[in-house]
Every structure is written in structure tokens, then in C-alpha cells.
Design a binder for this molecule. Sequence first.
Ligand code: FAD
Length: 409
Amino acid sequence: MAEFTMELNDEQKEVRDWLHGFAADVIRPAAAEWDEREETPWPVIQEAAKVGIYSLDFYAQQYFDSTGLGIPMAMEELFWGDAGIALSIVGTGLAAVGVLSNGTEEQIGTWIPQMYGDANDVKVAAFCSSEPDAGSDVASMRTRAVYDEAKDEWVINGTKTWATNGGIANVHVVVAVVDPELGSKGHASFIVPPDTPGLSQGQKFKKHGIRASHTAEVIFDNVRVPGSCLLGGKEKLDERLARAREKATAGGMERVRNAAMATFEASRPAVGAMAVGTARAAYEVALDYAQTREQFGRPIIDNQGVAFQLADMRTQIDAARLLVWRASWMAVNGKPFTAAEGSMSKLFASETAKTVTAQAIQILGGNGYTREYPVERMHRDAGIYTIFEGTSEIQRLVIARTLSGMPIR
Ligand SMILES: Cc1cc2nc3c(=O)[nH]c(=O)nc-3n(C[C@H](O)[C@H](O)[C@H](O)COP(=O)(O)OP(=O)(O)OC[C@H]3O[C@@H](n4cnc5c(N)ncnc54)[C@H](O)[C@@H]3O)c2cc1C
């Protein structure tokens, strides 16, 4: 087990500097254009693939870093560049993690390379869980997967929404109900291979922020996938369902829910790190502006009213990063989340990004309110962090339930 450290080692610093260079030289200069276009920035993803940032190898290296700091460091730097473009680059990773954590070795080897493609022909992947009537309330999911034993195929029907890269992905990972009696424990994940008949894109959403990232509905109309596309395989699923049924009848549904919660706790710090990246970017622009913009014959930072805002912004960003790093280290080292530290880090970092980016607009005055400066885009982007991967209200619910042991609603 790695000791918790608040300092990156030399190798991590090298990776951080390399990522920062890419974020500063390639991502940031392209940010305004792709925000306006509201399209997937394929040329930037291609650049990232060429240098090795858009690849399973890079992602896996950070994911398995025992200090826990690899993923938060990488997310912070890329999202510092631009949130919409960075999400286009790391969105595939969300689907890949779904396969890495539940798939067999054969599934990992077959499907993950097809999620990324290669530098000459980049592909993206999508993770489809949310539905129009099942957002925060994941257990009310309706998309159904039924096993056709005669053909050894699964038949998937339903509508998913809000899928990052949904419909444009080469490979989709979809979560569907296989046993409606078991709530979220009756769900299973499936690979939908490229060009499978019956899968289509519904509406593409026009969004407030992260507009370079494609978000759309995905419709599954009698989508048939081979039995080998069930992540983890049928035998493992049958065993898991049998165990869940046993626990449910023995009154252990609460334990079953707790196990699912532990998985979410482990993935939330990564979203917190994205929020830290956006907050830091806006803070840096505001600090620079406050030091150079003069009013009343002196830089505006000479006023406590401005300087104290910057002091608060930086304090909140550093506090958010520490919470994120702690939770990420706990996740990688299997420490129990006794106070929902994963949710805590995501809650604090995402709320910090919203506050800090709003303060940055204020410090830039009229300029902050225009698209000539990046802080208004950063503020629009920051809004997503308190919504996806569990809203702030859901994070508070999880923290409060964990602290009190009460079924708080
Ligand atoms: C840009 C974007 C990208 C996304 N990408 C993906 C993706 O790739 N894959 C995917 O599966 N999903 C994705 N999502 C979906 C995202 O995870 C959901 O939007 C989120 O979980 C919230 O669900 P909802 O939108 O249905 O809101 P709802 O659950 O309807 O919530 C609405 C409001 O009610 C509040 N609320 C709900 N229940 C409670 C409660 N019990 N107590 C207090 N308040 C409550 C919420 O906090 C929120 O403020 C994405 C969403 C967006 C916007």
C-alpha cells in the first residue's frame, strides 16, 4: 500500500509537465473555436492520439498508479486546458473503465482497442447508463436486456440519454436491466459492437457548457448482441444474481446497495479533479488580470475587495485538490470510505469550480462577460460538475447517510 503523499514524485511531475504543455499549446488555443462549433474536436483528439495521451496505455498507467495521484493529476491538467475538449479526450476512458472493471481478459483485449482506434483513424466510445426517467434514481432504469438462449444472444430495448459520445461512438457500453426484481443489483453491462443494427442516435443536445463534447440520446431497438458481449460473462452474472437474490430475501438489500455505493465513491474524485482544473484555469486568468488592469491609478488587486476574492479562490482550489487526492489515494489503496470521502471531494470541488469561475468573471469586469476572454466559457463549463456523476444533492445525501447510518431522503 502506498503512503498518502501530497507531493508528486519526479516521474509524475514529468508527466504533469508534458500534459500541461499539451493543454497549453494544443487544447487551450482550440477551446473557443470548438465551443462555438459545438462539435467533437476530432483533430485535437487525433493530436492527443499521436503523442500518446489518447490511448489505453496512458489511461491505464494513471489508473493503476498506486499513489492514487495519477488520474487526478492528469484530469486537472487536461481540464485546465479546456473542459469540453478534455471531456472529448477522456470520455472514451469512462467506457473503457466499465470494461476494465467488469470485463474478461478477452473482452478487454477485443473491445478496448476498438474504442480508441489508432492515431490515423481515431474512434471514441460511449458509456450509456442514464435514461429519461432514471437519472439520480438509477434503480428505476427501464432499458431491458433479455437472453435468447437458442441463439446465445442478448436482445436490448430502451432509450438512453445524456450519453457522452452517444451515437458517434465506435463501441457503446450499455447498462440494462436483466432482473427487474433486484433493483440496481439486477443490472448488467453489455458491449454493443460497431455498426450493430437497431442502435441509433436520438437528439443531440445543445448545451450551456462543455459544448465541444458530444452529448446525445441513444436508442436501442431490438439490438441483438452475441452472448460474448455480456461484460464478465453469463456464468459470473448468474452467480452474482443468485447471491443478490439470497441477500435480498435475507433482508440484506442494504448491504447490496452499499457495495454499489463503494464503486461510485471510487470514481467520483476523478470528476472532482476535472473541476479543480477548470477552477484553477479561471483563477489564473483572474490573478493575472487583477495584477495588470489599472483603475484609479493602481492595479485592481491593490484593493482588498479584489485581493481577498483571489485569496479565497486559491484557498478553495487547494482545499478541493487535497480532498480529491485523499479520496483518490483511498480508492486505489482499498481504504473504506467511512465518511463518503469520494462524494465529499466531488461535492466540494464541483461547487468550488462554480464559485471560483463566477468570481473570475467579476474580477474581469466587462471583459469577463464577453467571449473575448475565456472565463465566461469556464463558468459555463463548470456547471456540469455539480450535475454529472451524481448531482451535488445526491453527494450530500450519500455523505449524510454514511455519517448518520440513517435512510435520509
Ligand atoms: C453533459 C452531460 C453529460 C453526461 N454524460 C453521461 C454519460 O456519458 N453517461 C451517462 O449514463 N449519463 C451521463 N450524464 C447524465 C448525468 O449523470 C445525469 O444528468 C445526472 O445523474 C442527473 O440526472 P438527471 O439529469 O435525470 O436529474 P434528476 O435526477 O432528475 O435531478 C433533478 C434535480 O433533482 C435533484 N434530486 C433528485 N433526487 C433527489 C433527492 N433524492 N434528494 C435531493 N435532490 C434530488 C437533483 O439533485 C437535481 O437537482 C450526463 C449529463 C450531462 C448533462
